[in-house]
Design a protein around this ligand. Structure first.
Ligand SMILES: C[S@@+](CC[C@H](N)C(=O)[O-])C[C@H]1O[C@@H](n2cnc3c(N)ncnc32)[C@H](O)[C@@H]1O
Length: 316
């Protein structure tokens, strides 16, 4: 019941409803005077809940999206301890550098709630959703150079196939890639509708929407270099967390989740455990509980929580 009123207030926010809010807070095991980093600010749901538990502590929240920073700058003004909250407009791949910049040499908890926010999907003009016609953009960082249209119109069939296969787990990856390469020989593919109309006839009728969502997801992951950013951030987290500090990661895709699982089990995203001369494995984390998924109540309130999987680890 502790967070009930807080949760209700969050649900009225149309920017993003935070996923697994209460289990994430419990997972962080917050110390009032501790230093925390939320690397995925979004609508600020998780960040504000962390901030509300701090007294004499500090919170750094990252987002590469200007909309998230703008929205949360206003929330920061209203927060009673807003001065303890630093917003950083940056890709979280630079976590290590930013913490050095702020002269922070250790933190007590890091939260990552990966992927896009509801705002990204709902703001049609950002081009993340196949449900609305818009320029094929999909950049979380609006100043980034490369859009989804650049990739669709320049990658080879092999490159497109591997994106759809790897990041979208689509069986028909090669057919989709070939169709794109053929179509663009006649005319550039610049909009979400053009891409949707091209791909839809190649997808099974019963899975059409699911597969379209996967194709768009695959493209988005490539546009934003999401796997490489995650690798850099997780690697930095190992160094940055103090003994007893918690790493809490909510992933929405099996590739992301595998990286997180590997890191928490072995200390590196490849999952290679190193042994000392006595054959003992040198691991930097202790796993806390099993992976957490949304319960029925949350699934009903927020269908976007359905693919969320949260893992928690404590630095040794
Ligand atoms: C799922 S939302 C987070 C929602 C947030 N937990 C809340 O309660 O509102 C993910 C956010 O992380 C941001 N993001 C994703 N990848 C990022 C990266 N590599 N660097 C910085 N921000 C990133 C996105 O722009 C998005 O706003």
């Amino acid at each position: 019941m502790k967070y009930c009123s807080y949760l209700c207030a969050m649900e009225t926010s149309f920017y993003h409803i935070p996923v697994l809010l209460q289990p994430a807070l419990e997972g962080l095991n917050i110390r009032r005077d501790g230093t925390y980093v939320d690397v995925t600010l979004g609508g600020g749901g998780h960040s504000r809940a962390i901030l509300s538990q701090l007294q004499g502590g500090r919170l750094f929240s990252f987002d590469q999206d200007a909309d998230a920073i703008e929205k949360c700058s206003a929330l920061r003004e209203e927060a009673p301890n807003g001065n303890d909250w630093t917003l950083v407009r940056s890709n979280f791949r630079y976590l290590h550098n930013w913490m050095r910049y702020y002269e922070v040499d250790g933190v007590d908890g890091i939260l990552a709630d990966l992927g896009v926010s509801s705002h990204h999907l709902d703001a049609a003009e950002r081009g993340f959703s196949f449900r609305a016609d818009a320029p094929l953009d999909m950049r979380m960082n609006q100043s980034a150079q490369r859009s989804a249209a650049d990739i669709i119109n320049s990658y080879t069939a092999e490159q497109l196939t591997s994106i759809f296969r790897l990041y979208g787990e689509l069986h028909q990856a090669s057919r989709l890639a070939t169709a794109i390469v053929r179509a663009r020989a006649n005319r550039q593919i610049d909009t979400t509708l053009q891409l949707t109309e091209l791909l839809t006839p190649l997808l099974g009728r019963d899975r059409e929407k699911k597969d379209l969502a996967r194709a768009f997801q695959a493209l988005r992951i490539e546009v934003n270099g999401e796997m490489e950013a995650l690798r850099c951030m997780l690697t930095a987290a190992v160094q940055l967390l103090r003994p007893g500090g918690r790493l809490v990661v909510i992933a929405y895709h099996s590739l992301e989740d595998r990286m997180v699982k590997n890191l928490m089990r072995s200390g590196n995203v490849e999952g290679q455990t190193e042994q000392d001369v006595f054959g003992r494995c040198d691991v930097p984390f202790r796993l806390i509980g099993k992976p957490v998924v949304a319960d029925d109540d949350e699934l009903q309130r927020n269908p976007r929580s359905r693919s969320a999987r949260m893992r928690i680890a404590e630095k040794l």
